[in-house]
Structure formats: structure tokens, C-alpha cells
Design a protein around this ligand. Structure first.
Ligand code: ADP
Ligand code: UDP
Length: 248
């Protein structure tokens, strides 16, 4: 990557980030927003520092994953709110990995909260605001031509590797990784590449000592201020990553 990447036109404003083109067609300029949404964007609140915190957490996690052989779209974090990433064609699926029952799994099956699974559970959701991101199974993905069987297998393989590494990192931080959501894109060469973000917005995290939520559930359930909670996650993550010399 050259040091001369310049921000160009706004391509997309999402619920948590804005994506801009750059002078390099293969590089996107991502701005993390000080904004939290719930109910698929129907509830929206400004939260000071949230964008900075998520950008830094996501940066440290992407760098750690790359250092552990899990390639991803991260290129650089040039400033507090900005990340440079490899532009990919997003696959419109949310890949969810669960280590214990919570959220929609708990509701759907009346499962006991935080019951641990012997093996991780993997689910796909079809990314569509109009349809409210419905659950989608493998044959539905194939029927809708959202992804090929090969791509599905590759997303699952990478998702389980991400789960192994994230579970280890968070355990070192005194945190249980209950579940998380990731997204993949396709490079021009046909490589399935981990993209988007990994932050407390997209992970369900529980403090191993206190049982407190350390993620967006604090906002969803109105449990208090989000920023100090995300700051706590960042502080613990930075300590673990400094020990491994992964941070810059
Ligand atoms: P949402 O679209 O769900 O509101 P965001 O606010 O996080 O979410 O917006 C970021 C958008 O950018 C998402 O649509 C995501 O799929 C997309 N995206 C993430 N990483 C990349 C990438 N490397 N290349 C292209 N698009 C990306
Ligand atoms: N998730 C996400 N974005 C979404 C939906 C879910 O990042 O649009 C994450 C969520 O934070 C959790 C995991 O995916 O870590 C599983 O979410 P679940 O299906 O349990 O839904 P929820 O009850 O959180 O809406």
C-alpha cells in the first residue's frame, strides 16, 4: 500500500459506517460513526466515541487474525475514525457463530440462557433491510444464487477458524465469546475474504467474573452507557495484543 491514499466520493452510508471511494480502485475509506442502532435501524442514537472505539477494536482484531493466518480486508488505520480496507464484492449473508445460547437462538428454541454448545452452531442470515435479515439455510442460499456450494463451505471454514481465535483472545481478556456475526466478500480473483467489522457491535461478550454484558446488548436492553463498556473491551484487548506485539 502506498502512503498516498486519498478520500474521494461517498459510496454508502450504513448504520455504523460510511464507505468512501479512494484514488485506488481497490481500496475503500471507511469512517466509523458515533451512532448506535437497534431493530434494524429503527432506533438510532448518537454515542460519543463509539466510532473511534469500534474502529480501534476492529483494527486490533483484524491485525491479530491476519497474524494468525486468517486473511481479511484490513489494510491500515490512518486515524481515530478511519480504516482503509480492500474493496470486495460483499456476499449478502451474515454468518453467525454461536458458542452458547443467547439472542435469537434462545428465543427461537426457548433454550436456557448461555447453555454452552458441545460444537459451535453456525447460521446464515440473508442481508436485507426490507426483509429484516431472515434466517436462510444452505439450500435456500443455493436456490437464490446468493453463493455457490464452494463459497458456503469456505465461509463456514473461515468462520470456525475466526471463532477459535476470537474465543482464545477474549478468554485472555476475561470475557466469554457467546456469539458473533461476520461478513465476507469476494475479491476480483475469486477469493472469499473476511470483511466488514468485528467489534462489540457484532459480538456478544460476557464478563467471566461479573456476568455483565460487554457489548451492544447494553444499548439494546437499555442497561446504561455504551462508551465506557466499549472502552473497557478496548483496554483489555490492547493489553492482550501488546503482549503479543500485534498492535502498532
Ligand atoms: P449496514 O449496511 O448493515 O448498515 P454498516 O454501516 O457497517 O452496515 O455499513 C458498511 C457496509 O459496507 C456494509 O454494507 C458492508 O457489507 C459493506 N462492506 C464492509 N466491508 C467491505 C469491503 N471490504 N468492501 C465492500 N463493502 C464492504
Ligand atoms: N448480529 C449483528 N448484526 C445483526 C444481527 C446480529 O452483528 O444484524 C450479531 C449479534 O450482535 C450477536 C449475533 O450476531 O452477536 C447473533 O445475533 P442473534 O441472531 O442472536 O440476534 P439478536 O438477538 O442479537 O438480534
Amino acid at each position: 500500500m502506498t502512503a498516498t491514499i486519498e478520500k474521494q466520493e461517498l459510496l454508502y452510508t450504513g448504520k455504523a459506517k460510511q464507505m468512501y471511494a479512494t484514488n485506488d480502485p481497490e481500496v475503500l475509506w471507511v469512517e466509523y460513526l458515533d451512532q448506535a442502532t437497534a431493530l434494524n435501524g429503527k432506533r438510532k442514537v448518537e454515542i460519543a466515541q463509539k466510532g473511534r472505539l469500534n474502529n480501534r477494536i476492529s483494527t486490533l482484531i483484524f491485525k491479530d487474525l491476519a497474524a494468525h493466518g486468517i486473511e481479511n480486508h484490513f489494510i491500515d488505520q490512518p486515524s481515530d475514525y478511519v480504516q482503509l480496507v480492500r474493496k470486495v464484492t460483499m456476499i449478502p449473508l451474515e454468518t453467525v457463530v454461536r458458542n452458547a445460547a443467547s439472542g435469537s437462538f434462545e428465543r427461537k428454541f426457548a433454550a436456557e440462557h448461555l447453555t454452552k454448545f458441545a460444537e459451535p452452531v453456525l447460521e446464515f442470515f440473508y442481508k436485507s433491510d426490507e426483509l429484516d435479515d431472515p434466517f436462510i439455510n444452505d439450500s435456500q442460499v443455493l436456490a437464490l444464487k446468493v453463493a455457490t456450494a464452494e463459497t458456503i463451505a469456505e465461509m463456514k471454514r473461515q468462520a470456525l477458524l475466526v471463532n477459535q481465535r476470537l474465543t482464545t483472545i477474549f478468554a485472555e481478556m476475561g470475557i466469554q465469546l457467546v456469539d458473533f456475526k461476520i461478513e465476507f466478500g469476494m475479491t476480483a480473483a475469486g477469493q472469499v475474504l473476511l470483511a466488514d467489522e468485528i467489534s462489540p457491535d457484532s459480538c456478544r461478550l460476557v464478563d467471566l467474573k461479573t456476568g455483565d454484558s460487554l457489548d451492544k446488548d447494553v444499548f439494546r436492553k437499555g442497561l446504561g452507557d455504551l462508551a465506557p463498556v466499549y472502552q473497557e473491551v478496548l483496554t483489555r484487548l490492547a493489553t492482550v495484543e501488546e503482549d503479543q506485539h500485534v498492535s502498532d
